[in-house]
Ligand binder design. Structure first.
Ligand code: SF4
Ligand code: SF4
Length: 86
């Protein structure tokens, strides 16, 4: 899932890619609750275990703070940017 980034400094990448390991996720909502920008929201899609998965919210602008990845108890979400991948 990709989120627009609202850069905190000039020259920062403008697109952040959030990676989700669907089968690790337990739908606990921790990543959604901790995101101050409301970039994440719970979706209506379930994984193979029946847990609802988070998604990038409409108009969500990621700060690339990494808190969602830090808080996830199952290491199911992490982020990268297109610049880092190049
Ligand atoms: S990196 Fe920060 S701003 Fe971006 S989705 Fe995660 S918690 Fe929200
Ligand atoms: S914090 Fe991790 S396990 Fe919980 S909903 Fe987010 S990605 Fe899924």
């Amino acid at each position: 899932m990709k989120a627009k980034r609202k850069p905190a400094k000039a020259g920062a990448p403008e697109v952040v890619e959030l990676f989700l390991d669907r089968d690790r996720c337990k739908g606990c909502r921790c990543c959604v609750e901790i995101c101050a920008r409301k970039t994440l929201a719970m979706g209506d899609e379930m994984n193979s275990k029946g847990y609802l998965l988070p998604k990038v919210a409409d108009n969500g602008e990621c700060a690339a703070c990494g808190l969602c990845a830090t808080i996830c108890p199952d290491f199911a979400v992490w982020l990268s940017s297109e610049d880092e991948e190049a």
